[in-house]
Design a binder for this molecule. Structure first.
Ligand SMILES: *[C@@H]1O[C@H](CO)[C@@H](O)[C@H](O)[C@H]1NC(C)=O
Ligand SMILES: *[C@@H]1O[C@H](CO)[C@@H](O)[C@H](O)[C@H]1NC(C)=O
Ligand SMILES: *[C@@H]1O[C@H](CO)[C@@H](O)[C@H](O)[C@H]1NC(C)=O
Ligand SMILES: *[C@@H]1O[C@H](CO)[C@@H](O)[C@H](O)[C@H]1NC(C)=O
Ligand SMILES: *[C@@H]1O[C@H](CO)[C@@H](O)[C@H](O)[C@H]1NC(C)=O
Length: 364
């Protein structure tokens, strides 16, 4: 309970070194999207006919943690990274408050290198609006909310201490968060508000590769105290570090056991829809900006035992197929890293890779 309270506290106030200022923000967004009537539709409605879709028109509050260097260079001032967590994580993924948290905080790492970031909670997750009906929380609605946040960042000054709208928004996703960015790139195409996408822990997924949904039962059964009033379509991983160990490299010496305990203790919810709809990244996008995909060589869900990550040339060719219009597509296999690559001892490698791509995409 204490850890949980602490995590909430850090949610509201994230303290870094003197070089970085962080504050929590709430951004109202209007979502106007077509959702499949059946949230288990693996393609999120993108391949459906009109009779199997429904219209969702709603306004949500998107919670986020905004971090900005205290001394911001002129060339970086117009750039912001929009950080999107994965399934059953929340915005804390980008700044986990554990004892050595500076090592694991990409928000702090990039801030130290002059870059601003906004780490948001998905609609339905963390401190963002939670629709009463979990079937409103699907890839189409969550991705529309993410795109709306990006658009608002470019049209108005909506963050504390920021005087002008941003000119470049770089999206960085983890796992299903990369899925939301990809889904948005499919629905927005050339009109995407993103000036570059960095998609981590998310190669093209074949239906057989999904872990069984039985590992993610209704959240209200897993923790009645925290989630007892949620509709059963809100799901989370069962109480066991062994379930979440799959997010870490197989070698237990490559991550802190305390991080795994913390991870299980501070997990958040997802929904049935957002679990099934991760397959949408095999569909074609007409997005025209640059894309980078970063995957851990020790990712137990997508790399270990699949052979797919051994040959980067072949992997890049496969990953490029659904992106015919992109300016560029690069794939990096982060050596040693697991699926949740921000949370193990190799985090520094991916962090430097993300910063490299942000600078390249923003033409800094
Ligand atoms: C629309 O899709 C549903 C579900 O896949 C299918 O049952 C139905 O026959 C389709 N309707 C038309 C008009 O194609
Ligand atoms: C975190 O960084 C500190 C200072 O650089 C270092 O001493 C420590 O070993 C690092 N911890 C991990 C888990 O990487
Ligand atoms: C949730 O929304 C869907 C789609 O509008 C509807 O079919 C379903 O009955 C709703 N569930 C509840 C519990 O209201
Ligand atoms: C999971 O942990 C929470 C918090 O400690 C507890 O309230 C809940 O009963 C646990 N659930 C199960 C299924 O063990
Ligand atoms: C890697 O894949 C490429 C493209 O499929 C192939 O030409 C090359 O021989 C492969 N390299 C190795 C070491 O297998």
């Amino acid at each position: 309970m204490l850890l949980f309270a602490l995590s909430l506290l850090f949610h509201l106030y994230v303290a870094y070194g003197a070089s970085c200022r962080c504050s929590s923000v709430t951004i109202p967004v209007h979502v106007d999207a077509l959702l499949p009537k059946d949230p288990m539709d693996m393609y999120g409605g993108l391949t459906s006919n009109a009779s199997s879709l429904r219209h969702l028109d709603a306004t949500y509050n998107v919670y986020g943690v905004f971090c900005q260097p205290v001394t911001l260079s002129l060339k970086n001032a117009g750039v912001i990274q929009l950080l999107v967590h994965g399934f059953t994580y929340n915005s804390q993924y980008w700044s986990p408050p554990v004892e050595e948290f500076r090592n694991y905080s990409y928000a702090a790492h990039s801030c130290d290198r002059g870059l601003s970031s906004l780490a948001i909670d998905w609609v339905g997750v963390g401190l963002s609006s939670r629709p009463a009906n979990s079937s409103d929380v699907q890839f189409a609605s969550c991705a529309a909310a993410v795109s709306q946040v990006a658009r608002r960042l470019k049209t108005a000054s909506i963050l504390p201490g920021v005087l002008l709208p941003f000119t470049k928004v770089i999206g960085i996703g983890h796992s299903a968060g990369s899925g939301l960015l990809t889904f948005g790139a499919i629905t927005d195409g050339a009109k995407s508000p993103f000036d570059g996408l960095i998609l981590t822990g998310y190669p093209i997924i074949e239906p057989g590769e999904l872990p069984p949904i039985s590992l993610a039962p209704p959240a209200r059964d897993v923790d009645p105290l925290r989630w007892g009033d949620l509709d059963p379509g809100y799901i989370t991983t069962i109480n066991s570090t062994s379930t979440r160990a799959v997010f870490y490299p197989p070698d237990p010496a490559s991550f802190s056991p305390r991080m795994l305990i913390f991870d299980d203790f501070t997990k958040d919810v997802g929904t049935v829809g957002t679990f099934y709809q991760i397959f949408t990244n095999s569909l074609t996008s007409q997005y025209t900006g640059p894309v980078a995909k970063v995957i851990g060589s020790e990712d137990q869900i997508f790399c270990v035992g699949t052979g797919r990550c051994a040959n980067v040339t072949a992997l890049t060719a496969a990953e490029r197929v659904p992106w015919p219009a992109v300016e560029s597509l690069e794939v990096v296999v982060a050596q040693g890293s697991g699926h949740s690559m921000n949370l193990d001892f190799f985090a520094n490698g991916p962090f430097n890779t993300f910063v490299h791509f942000v600078n390249q995409f923003a033409r800094l």
